[in-house]
Design a protein around this ligand. Structure first.
Ligand SMILES: *[C@@H]1O[C@H](CO)[C@@H](O)[C@H](O)[C@H]1NC(C)=O
Length: 371
């Protein structure tokens, strides 16, 4: 029975005005803090009155320039840039281990693992990194069938040091589909070289500078190979002028994990160039290439004023001002002098009497003055 009467009750809000300096100051201070937070951070800094488009569409074209000397020949762009299409990911070769005049033949394997004294350990048809074993032991190495002679990649090769002075030109155009806004990264003149302070909008970068800005050492990177990124950031406020939507460049090393790792350090890959001799025999030059790979990454977002997020955030701001009440209540009912009195005034139970009693009015205001 008691449960049921407890359930069928109604709670209504009653205003209790507390005339206390302490709680009054706390209340206004909390409200001021919340309003300041919304105005300064949410609206002015985070621009909550805008809608944002972060689905940036972008195209990147690159062009490398420069020549260098490498093992008695001059290398130009066609020799050291792979792939040649000018895409956003490309490699500038800095060290080459070449194995010329390979033909399909039988020859001894170069790997120490296949050192032998008798035919018995050279299992016939077993694959190695260079070909298939023939089952014979020739000149203290197992013989293979494949491209011969096999590569010896333990030789010391020089570096293409001039690569430090090669320049990379990056052409980037972006579009924000939500606002149908397009822009490119080209300044009025291209007679320039990127510098973070003096020439921050020039899209021509020296490879040595990129390595330096990414915090790397050029010689080590060129020797082992590695992956660097040119990041282009577009943070645009489309409520402001068109000229103020500008790219920001930054540089990092992307494969820094592989650098710290002892296995598989750096970046290298193999490719071959094929030739045909006059008598119709095919031969090739195998190249193990070490290089600096550049990935051009584009990111960004654009914002523009819109009434819907503005309204939502204004409502959120007003609602949040009420949060101050919760804090003041906690202080008022627990920590302030005379808390018991406040409690008694705040929580009041009202029972309707049969006769025309005085306590039937539930909206009465109670004024409490601090003792
Ligand atoms: C790069 O260019 C500078 C200035 O032109 C020159 O002093 C330097 O020797 C060059 N570096 C290499 C590795 O050729």
């Amino acid at each position: 029975m008691g449960c049921i009467t407890d359930f069928f009750t109604y709670e209504t809000t009653k205003s209790v005005v507390v005339k206390s300096w302490t709680i009054g100051v706390i209340n206004r201070a909390v409200q001021l803090l919340i309003i300041t937070y919304f105005v300064c951070w949410v609206f002015l800094h985070e621009k909550a009155y805008q809608i944002r488009d972060s689905s940036i569409e972008s195209s990147v074209m690159t062009k490398v320039k420069g020549v260098g000397r490498y093992s008695k020949r001059v290398m130009d762009v066609a020799d050291y840039v792979i792939p040649p299409q000018g895409s956003s990911v490309f490699v500038i070769l800095t060290k080459l281990i070449t194995t010329p005049d390979q033909v399909q033949d039988h020859c001894p394997e170069s790997d120490e693992k296949y050192r032998c004294t008798t035919d018995s350990i050279c299992t016939r048809n077993k694959p190695t990194s260079n070909g298939f074993l023939t089952g014979r032991c020739v000149s203290s190495f197992c013989q293979i069938q494949g491209w011969c002679p096999t590569e010896n990649d333990t030789v010391q090769m020089p570096l293409l040091m001039e690569a430090e002075n090669f320049t990379i030109f990056v052409k980037n155009s972006v579009r924000f589909p939500l606002f149908d806004f397009e822009k490119g990264n080209l300044p009025s003149s291209l007679k320039c070289l990127y510098h973070p302070e003096k020439n921050a909008f020039c899209p021509i970068f020296k490879l040595g500078d990129i390595v330096k800005y990414a915090g790397q050492n050029f010689t080590t990177l060129a020797d082992k190979g590695g992956v660097l990124s040119i990041k282009i950031g577009w943070m645009c406020d489309l409520d402001k002028s068109w000229d103020l939507c500008i790219p920001h460049y930054s540089f990092t090393r992307l494969d820094s994990v592989s650098e710290k790792n002892n296995v598989s350090q750096g970046y290298n890959f193999r490719f071959a160039r094929y030739f045909m001799s006059a008598d119709g025999k095919e031969f090739r030059t195998l190249i193990k290439a070490f290089g600096i790979r550049i990935d051009v990454l584009v990111y960004g977002n654009a914002g523009k004023f819109n009434i819907i997020p503005t309204l939502i955030n204004i409502v959120a701001a007003f609602t949040s001002v009420g949060v101050g009440t919760v804090l003041c209540d906690i202080i008022l009912l627990n920590f302030l002098k005379g808390a018991d009195q406040y409690k008694a005034k705040k929580f009041e139970e009202v029972r309707l009497k049969k006769d025309k009693g005085s306590s039937s009015s539930t909206t009465r205001e109670t004024n409490i003055s601090q003792i």
